[in-house]
Design a protein around this ligand. Structure first.
Ligand code: ADE
Length: 248
């Protein structure tokens, strides 16, 4: 997979992409990541990338020319939108990023992420260049860069070979539930002990306990996830029991 990032602040990506799972995936040739400064696609002496909004108002708007030219340079000219090669604008106006979108994007041939700044993008970029507009949450960042880093991290770790497959399948959200609580040694620390069941060696009972805990936690913290979670028959039963206990 090839990921291109268009940004005015390429230095912001140096640390995050040079460490941990992303670095390993790059080293294993599972993904190549290119950080491109779209200021390099300006043609004027001052390398201007933004301008005042038509109609007046505060802030500056990113001009179409450098971003169109950068995408054409990367995706080919004439540029044609291709769902297998998404061109994504990062902005608070986008649809909210989640694990499902991360999974879909992890199987794409290539990806172009465009980081905005200031008051936003000229609408022609949104309409005629981008195939999608994504937000990482309902808050306003000072630019799309942290959002691009978050997305690249979530996407790259899902590329087969990037991490141990079992842990990916077991991940929080892989089935739409939060994770069960985890413990490690020592079995007792400052009078705080690990639940007995985890020390029992009874694997089927441990599995059952973990599933119940994952459900309980999801119900307490993120009940909205239960609407779309993929539950087994047994989990449906556990959930009914938890709901009955809740209403007692
Ligand atoms: N740019 C500014 N805020 C953002 C957000 N919440 N998500 C993605 N890009 C952004």
């Amino acid at each position: 997979m090839r990921i291109d990032i268009l940004t005015l602040f390429p230095e912001m990506f140096e640390g995050p992409f040079a460490n941990s799972i992303i670095k390993r995936a790059v080293d294993r040739n599972l993904v190549s990541i290119y950080v491109n400064n779209f200021r390099n696609y300006t043609h004027d002496r001052h390398k201007i990338v933004d301008d005042c909004p038509y109609g007046g108002g505060a802030g500056m708007v990113l001009k179409p020319e450098p971003i169109f030219e950068a995408v054409e340079d990367l995706a080919g000219k004439p540029y044609v939108k291709n769902p297998k090669k998404p061109v994504i604008l990062l902005s608070p106006q986008g649809r909210i990023f989640d694990q499902k979108i991360a999974r879909q994007l992890s199987s794409c041939e290539s990806l172009i992420l465009i980081c905005g700044h200031y008051e936003g993008f000229d609408e022609r970029i949104c309409q005629h260049l981008a195939t999608d507009e994504i937000s990482i949450g309902d808050y306003v960042l000072s630019g799309g860069e942290p959002a691009a880093i978050v997305m690249v991290d979530a996407i790259v770790r899902l590329i087969p070979g990037a991490i141990d497959e079992l842990s990916a399948a077991d991940d929080s959200f892989s089935r739409g539930l939060l994770e069960y609580p985890q413990y490690t040694r020592p079995a007792e620390y400052r009078n705080l002990s690990v639940p007995d069941i985890l020390l029992s060696g009874n694997h089927s009972e441990i599995e059952k306990w973990r599933r119940a805990q994952a459900l309980k936690r999801t119900l307490e913290r993120r009940p909205d996830l239960l609407q779309t979670a993929m539950l087994t028959k047994e989990e449906e039963k556990m959930l009914s029991k938890l709901l009955a206990e809740e209403s007692e």
